[in-house]
Design a protein. Structure first.
Length: 125
């Protein structure tokens, strides 16, 4: 699919904030402890680590300890949870601003799923 949607970096960041604000309350509460950043493209080393051929294969990335793996007995020093949302790949997959809004929301929910310990095949979409 040849994406044709164009949304400025500022406008895209606003869509990400709106997607988070639109989450149901229990999920929005989980987001309070996660840093969310918007990046233009996924870093090459991340694509290599995930064995992905194209940056268009990665719309977002969760980095951190999932709640399912969290333990009182874990040693400190772990990085805080972080979700990266990649503007370029999302815009290239979407043709309309409405599609971008939906894809941003879906990507935020997907990455939040990783935070609670879901694997890709367990995601609602």
């Amino acid at each position: 699919m040849a994406g044709r949607a164009h949304i400025s970096s500022e406008g895209f960041a606003k869509l990400v904030r709106q997607a988070i604000a639109d989450l149901p309350p229990p999920y929005a509460k989980l987001m309070e402890s996660i840093a969310v950043v918007v990046e233009e493209e996924p870093p090459r080393d991340v694509l290599e680590d995930l064995e992905l051929d194209s940056e268009d294969d990665l719309l977002g990335l969760y980095q951190g300890q999932s709640l399912a793996d969290d333990s009182f007995f874990m040693t400190g020093g772990t990085q805080p949870a972080k979700i990266s949302i990649y503007r370029g790949p999302i815009l290239r997959q979407c043709e309309t601003p409405e599609e971008v809004v939906q894809e941003v929301y879906d990507t935020v929910v997907h990455e939040l799923g990783h935070h609670v310990g879901l694997d890709d095949d367990e995601m609602p979409y």
